[in-house]
Design a protein around this ligand. Structure first.
Ligand SMILES: Cc1cc2nc3c(=O)[nH]c(=O)nc-3n(C[C@H](O)[C@H](O)[C@H](O)COP(=O)(O)OP(=O)(O)OC[C@H]3O[C@@H](n4cnc5c(N)ncnc54)[C@H](O)[C@@H]3O)c2cc1C
Length: 525
């Protein structure tokens, strides 16, 4: 990030208080800019939202917190820390996995404990193969952290260069051209393990048959630590919003931005749904980049980002946040109940574009491993099955949802978990997500990470429109809480660098006696 403090006279409007928008607002306010954040929802967090069910708050978005170093770095830049803001607790068990008529399998924070558990579950050779898989996942992560995760925006050429001598051979060796499913078949002989690790593709809303093998790096990310956040995941955006305010940002909720204003080919402010206009030197957009490409923020900004056709959208989800008594199955905090036919699940989602006939069910038991809320009586659960991102083309009404819920309930029961019948719950379908996150059809992770080029297709933090910057899970480096946070930082860094270079060129022009542009706009986009 540029070193010099920026004068408060530079005005930035941040649209959206998702994790990317909050990080941008925080870092820009910290650097002395005049930041106004405008959010359509009543509270910060975006997908990191909370629902009140039966009078208790339930996290209804992300539940797995990883890569804490991303927040450690961002918050250090802002003069704070995760411990000061929320507090994290490492989870000794990463997740419990269940199949019909099979004992459960836990993955542990301790690598050898996981290998031992796999050896007991599927035999000693499979335990050894797991360690080989983790080795490869670590190598892929280490190779890609610099050239992809931390880069401003990767291109094939830049990545080959950044991978050092033999860059192309290294890139090929990392497995971008093979599918995750194929590569997992080289490591695991037990189909249940292939299914378990193939599920990592869904962390980006992708199919293991279409996602590149490089996504195995997620295994390394989880192995490096999964934490629970004190007070729940939603506590993090609340704390970031409070910190951004402390640093001088002005935050406004319940106010949708209807237009991004453009003058002389530059973003110059926003118009709110109530008609008020907020002029700005630069705008950071934290909604899904598809909303721009569809013209939802005005025809002038349509070319600012690439459109994502329906077929390239990532997955959506059907979720139910439920407050229920549970019995018959020892829930961990994170639990996955696998369906019998994984291929069929993805054919339903992506080819037949329907809720799965047999869906894998994820259950986050939020009172497990949280001393403040020991499970006693009813407990807080978020249940999730993957769904096609068609929330803009059909309503997902009860005739479609009820059978899917029933089939999910049957799977849970078959694995031993009884959920209290008729317990209070709040459902969210792809149509709900489309309404909350315009332009997406309910896709929760931007464009799907399908094929090796997907990595390079995402927009970077600099949009095609000068003065307009992009932050969030739909742009580089991609979806997930830590990645969206990184994109927020990238947007802030790019914007500051542009301001800095514009200021320097203006100073240079003034010193040289050349006339300078009279526009108040500051960035060069
Ligand atoms: C059910 C679910 C489970 C998930 N699980 C995990 C997980 O376990 N771990 C993980 O790391 N990630 C997970 N994710 C993904 C993660 O939540 C997202 O990648 C991340 O939170 C996205 O942040 P973002 O910065 O893109 O902002 P978003 O969360 O997309 O928020 C964007 C904000 O912009 C606002 N906005 C948009 N347009 C306008 C406008 N015109 N005017 C005003 N405001 C506007 C929206 O209201 C919204 O609040 C999950 C997501 C979901 C939905």
């Amino acid at each position: 990030m540029a070193e010099a403090a920026q004068p408060r006279s530079h005005r930035v409007v941040v649209v959206g208080a998702g994790i990317g928008g909050l990080v941008s607002a925080l870092l820009l306010a910290q650097r002395g800019l005049q930041v106004t954040l405008v959010e359509a929802a009543a509270a910060p967090g975006g997908k990191m939202r909370q629902l009140v069910v039966d009078g208790v708050p339930i996290d209804a978005g992300p539940t797995v917190f990883t890569m804490r170093w991303v927040f450690d770095q961002i918050l250090a830049q802002a003069g704070s820390s995760l411990d000061a803001l929320v507090g994290l607790q490492p989870l000794p068990v990463l997740a419990r996995h269940a199949w019909r008529d099979t004992p459960t399998l836990d993955l542990h924070a301790d690598l050898q404990a996981s290998a031992d558990a796999i050896a007991r579950f599927a035999g000693p050779a499979e335990g050894r193969r797991y360690l080989g898989f983790c080795d490869e996942a670590r190598r892929v992560y280490q190779r890609l952290e610099g050239p992809h995760i931390r880069s401003q925006r990767p291109s094939v050429l830049r990545m080959v260069r950044d991978l050092g001598p033999g860059g192309l051979a290294t890139l090929t060796g990392l497995g971008p051209f093979a599918s995750l499913w194929t590569r997992l078949g080289r490591h695991f002989h037990d189909p249940r393990l292939r299914q378990l690790f193939g599920r990592y593709a869904t962390y980006c809303g992708a199919s293991p048959w279409l996602a590149p093998a490089t996504l195995m790096l997620i295994a390394h990310v989880e192995q490096s630590g999964v934490w629970s956040v004190r007070g729940g995941m939603h506590a993090l955006p609340l704390a970031l919003a409070a910190l951004a305010r402390e640093r001088g940002a002005s935050l406004h909720f319940g106010q949708a931005v209807q237009r991004i204003l453009v003058r002389d080919g530059r973003a110059c402010g926003v118009r709110l749904a109530d008609g008020r206009e907020l002029p700005a030197d630069a705008v950071v957009f934290n909604g899904d980049a598809s909303a721009l490409a569809q013209g939802l923020l005005g025809a002038d900004v349509k070319p600012a980002a690439a459109a994502v056709p329906r077929a390239r959208r990532s997955l959506s989800a059907l979720t139910w946040a439920v407050h229920a008594r549970c019995s018959g199955f020892a829930l961990e905090r994170h639990n996955v109940f696998f369906c019998d036919d994984y291929r069929r699940e993805f054919d339903d989602l992506l080819r037949r574009r329907q809720l799965p006939q047999q869906g894998t069910v994820y259950v986050c038991a939020q009172d497990r491993g949280d001393a403040a809320h020991p499970p006693h009586g009813r407990e807080r659960l978020l249940c999730l099955v993957n769904a096609p991102a068609d929330g803009d083309s059909r309503p997902f009404d009860p005739s479609e949802i009820e059978p899917c819920l029933q089939r999910s309930q049957d799977l849970l029961q078959h694995c031993g978990l009884q959920l209290e019948a008729g317990a209070p719950q709040v459902l969210s379908s792809p149509a709900t997500f489309h309404q909350l996150f315009p332009g997406t059809g309910g896709a929760l992770y931007g464009a799907a990470s399908h094929g090796w080029m997907a990595l390079f297709r995402r927009s970077g933090s600099t949009s095609r429109l000068p003065g307009l910057y992009l932050a969030g899970g739909s742009v580089h480096p991609g979806p997930g809480v830590p990645m969206a946070a990184m994109s927020g930082r990238l947007a802030a860094e790019t914007l500051l660098a542009h301001l800095d270079s514009t200021s320097r060129s203006r100073r240079g022009a003034t010193y040289g006696g050349t006339s300078t542009p009279s526009a108040t706009t500051a960035g060069t986009g």
